[in-house]
Design a protein around this ligand. Structure first.
Ligand code: ATP
Ligand code: MG
Length: 268
């Protein structure tokens, strides 16, 4: 079975893309899935958040340029079944160099497809930067689906409509006609505030079943874990953040099963 490619994207900064990439991936690995994270952000937060050093030249940059193989960039993490292609600041150069190349939207797709088509991994998860630049566009062109983290705060809906329009443009332009929405993950939910509840309600009104029922609570342990180079799942096995990301993984897998085997058609 080829791996599914999922882009974790939102042009808004600080909404929980990297936190969700690391912790959902770790929770899926815990449940037996073989996951490769592609750190596609020059900030390299997924790289450091998983305890890897940023190393000169060790990013997807040279892979995109066709000067290195994807396989040569893969590194293990402290989590079993979870591997990563790290990032470092040189990846920012891709924003300048790639647009000058042929098939510039397809560079990531063409670089990762051969590996995705083997049975080495179940999932490739791409952590995108907070922009709609060439890196995010390449990720959305390469992906089977987009996972959209949204922070439970007032301006959430504005960013959401930009992303939905972009997804439609990418489908309609032919760059990736099959791009699906994997789901919306509501992050940094604070159950004590009405605002969090209202934002969730509004997003559900717009996107209905696309919104994961699992809400990721605001949790100090979640925000501390990256400085220890660990997913929250291993940093504190019993905190609310760990429970939430495990629940999200269960819901993610349940939806995946549902899509693979739709309910029997009703016979009239
Ligand atoms: P960027 O757009 O810069 O890549 P991002 O969308 O990847 O940001 P994160 O880096 O995952 O967002 O999160 C932004 C900040 O919020 C980080 O400091 C992170 O530790 C914190 N954070 C994320 N999720 C939670 C949570 N559930 N509880 C508490 N803090 C959180
Ligand atoms: Mg990030």
């Amino acid at each position: 079975m080829p791996a599914r490619i999922i882009a974790v994207a939102n042009q808004k900064g600080g909404v929980g893309k990297t936190t969700t990439t690391i912790n959902l991936s770790a929770a899926l690995a815990e449940r037996g899935r073989r996951v490769l994270i592609l750190d596609f952000d020059p900030q390299a937060n997924a790289t450091s958040g998983l305890g890897l050093e940023k190393t000169d030249g060790q990013s997807l940059y040279s892979v995109l340029l066709g000067e290195a193989t994807l396989e040569s960039r893969i590194k293990p993490t402290s989590v079993k079944r979870l591997e990563i292609v790290p990032s470092e600041v040189n990846l920012a150069g891709a924003e300048v160099d790639i647009p000058r190349m042929d098939r510039y939207l397809q560079r990531l797709r063409e670089a990762i497809r051969p590996l995705a088509d083997t049975d080495r991994y179940d999932l490739l998860v791409v952590d995108c930067p907070p922009s709609l630049g060439i890196l995010t566009m390449n990720a959305l062109t390469a992906a089977d689906s987009i996972l959209l983290p949204i922070q439970c705060e007032y301006y959430a809906l504005e960013g959401l409509s930009v992303m939905i329009r972009l997804i439609e443009q990418i489908r309609n332009s032919g760059a990736n006609p099959k791009l699906e929405i994997e789901g919306i993950v509501m992050t940094m939910y604070d159950q004590r505030t009405n605002l969090s509840q209202q934002v969730v309600q509004q997003v559900v009104q717009h996107l209905g079943e696309k919104v994961f029922e699992t809400l990721i609570p605001r949790s100090v342990r979640v925000s501390e874990a990256p400085s220890y180079g660990q997913p929250v799942l291993t940093y504190d096995r019993n905190c609310t953040g760990t429970a939430a990301y495990r629940q999200l993984a269960r819901e993610f897998l349940a939806r995946e099963r549902e899509r693979a085997a739709p309910a029997d058609p009703v016979v009239a």
